[in-house]
Write a protein of this length. Sequence first.
Length: 161
Amino acid sequence: MAEQPSWQDLLDLVAQLNESNFESAAVSYGNISVTLSNSDTFVGGAAAPVAVAPVAAALAAGTPVLTPAAAAAPAAPATPAGETIDAPMIGVFYRRPSPGADAFAQPGDRVEADTTIGIIEIMKLMNPIAAGKAGVLGEFLAQDAQAVEFGTPLVIIDTNA
């Protein structure tokens, strides 16, 4: 049987999230699920940082902290109509092989299924991302050096062109 996580384990996860480029992380231990968010909360049009210190203090004291799910999960941005090429893994998406180099592909480029459209870095490993289908690239939905999760739409592709 797996060892149950301690409150310190959760505090360590909060610290790692604060130091990373990721906006959120979800962790499950048996029947316990935790979602952490590193994004800002907007109140009346002004950005207010998420209060991590009171939550961390409550966790350290062993007090469970519950927050409404609606406040913890921001609404997903709308994806423009059309087929998308989605991220096959989590990591940081790069449109170019190195800083200052030309992008692998641009909107309007005709690509084949094996054409590299970008790379995703995870733990210092660079993973090439192929288009996976032939067509003409439209708008890139993921920006260069953006943290992405599995299934995040990267670019729109017109497979009928």
